[in-house]
Design a binder for this molecule. Structure first.
Ligand SMILES: Cc1cc2nc3c(=O)[nH]c(=O)nc-3n(C[C@H](O)[C@H](O)[C@H](O)COP(=O)(O)O)c2cc1C
Length: 352
């Protein structure tokens, strides 16, 4: 008899939901508490086709869950209600093209000394792929998609098959990212971006090509300041990043919504990024930005155009993409080109 996980097609390439959150333990769990929690979680996750990773360190949890959207909603509702933790903060929530943790029904990773025995056994070390874990994790953490893609591309060219790459490179690299977070060597945001990078790499490998599928297609982006915004640092920095990532980049410093709409109409970019100041919170500008985005969307008949926003308000999570009607809010420059390429692909797939 098939489990729900099998019916849900674990290992298949398909769009699945992914949530990453952090929370604080209300009562610090002992090793046995954690062991019980994870044993139950694993059993339920396996039934429902949920995979992921749970990090615990000194009273803090960080968890990534992936799975079919309905099953994920079910588990996620339970977790949110669970009195064993609180101050839950979602770090990322999106649809991903493939699982990162295909073999993990819930891998606990903990650094606290009395819980060391719960840490997973080291990855099989006989194969040279493991030599690339540190580098893969470093590139993912830095959001360096070009080098990450090149590295994976080389390994594919050397004949490594997708299962080996996912099991012996991407999954251990995800653990290395968790390790860096536990050691306070990176922020949750770095971790979230890093995991997304690995997820993308995993998808590209599963799809039978490297992440070059994302790089080789030339996307175009219009990097604009919000009309009237005098601070242009964000778009300027992004210009280099997107150019390096192979995008066709145009800049706009419009003085009105109409001027921006005109440029969008003329250029038909795949994505437009509208930036508020990186230095000052522009709380009062949010309502205006919402209008700008509405008009920008109306300027093109292309419903797949992705709208991204950035600026201090978004970097500090004081505002969300949703609050202004955008598809993506940049927390920082790192990883943005990959995220946007991915959103464009996602929209095109949905539209076709
Ligand atoms: C930090 C944390 C992570 C958890 N992760 C999972 C999980 O991945 N899967 C799961 O089934 N339950 C997980 N649980 C337990 C659920 O919150 C919940 O107790 C369990 O699923 C039973 O659900 P119910 O209370 O709706 O019956 C977790 C709990 C905590 C505190």
């Amino acid at each position: 008899m098939q489990t729900q996980a099998e019916q849900a097609g674990i290992g298949d390439v398909g769009w699945i939901g992914s949530v990453t959150y952090r929370s604080e333990a209300t009562i610090k769990p002992t090793a046995t508490d954690l062991e019980r929690l994870v044993a139950k979680a694993k059993a339920r996750n396996r039934k429902l086709g949920i995979t992921g990773m749970l990090l615990y360190d000194g009273g803090r949890y960080l968890q990534t869950l992936e799975g079919p959207p309905e099953a994920l909603d079910q588990i996620w509702s339970s977790i949110q209600r669970d009195p064993r933790h609180g101050a839950i903060e979602v770090l990322s929530q999106h649809i991903v093209p493939a699982r990162l943790f295909s073999g993990w029904d819930m891998q606990l990773y903990s650094r606290s000394p009395d819980q060391a025995r719960l840490a997973p056994a080291p990855a099989v070390s006989l194969i040279p792929l493991t030599d690339h874990i540190a580098e893969t994790a470093r590139l993912a953490l830095r959001g360096d998609d070009s080098r990450l893609n090149a590295l994976i591309g080389d390994l594919v060219a050397q004949g490594w098959v997708s299962d080996a790459l996912v099991t012996h490179l991407l999954e251990p690299s995800a653990r290395a990212l968790g390790d860096a977070w536990l050691a306070d060597d990176c922020t949750e945001l770095d971790l979230t971006i890093g995991l997304s990078m690995l997820q993308l790499a995993g998808h590209a490998i599963h799809a039978g090509s490297t992440a070059e599928t994302i790089r080789k297609r030339r996307y175009s982006i219009l990097l604009a300041t919000a009309p009237g915004e005098p601070h242009i640092l964000g778009p300027t920095l992004l210009g280099d990043i997107f150019t390096d990532a192979g995008w066709i980049v145009d800049m706009a410093f419009p003085d009105s919504d109409e001027a921006l709409a005109k440029q969008v109409r003329a250029q038909h970019p795949d994505a437009v990024d509208i930036a508020l100041s990186d230095a000052l919170p522009r709380q009062h500008a949010l309502a205006t930005l919402r209008e700008t985005i509405e008009k920008t969307r109306l300027a093109t008949a292309d419903e797949t155009m992705v709208v991204s926003v950035g600026g201090r308000l978004f970097a500090e999570a004081a505002a969300t993409a949703q609050s202004v009607g955008a598809d993506h809010a940049r927390k920082g420059a790192a990883g943005t080109s990959v995220r946007l390429a991915w959103l464009i692909e996602q929209r095109r797939n949905t539209a076709s």
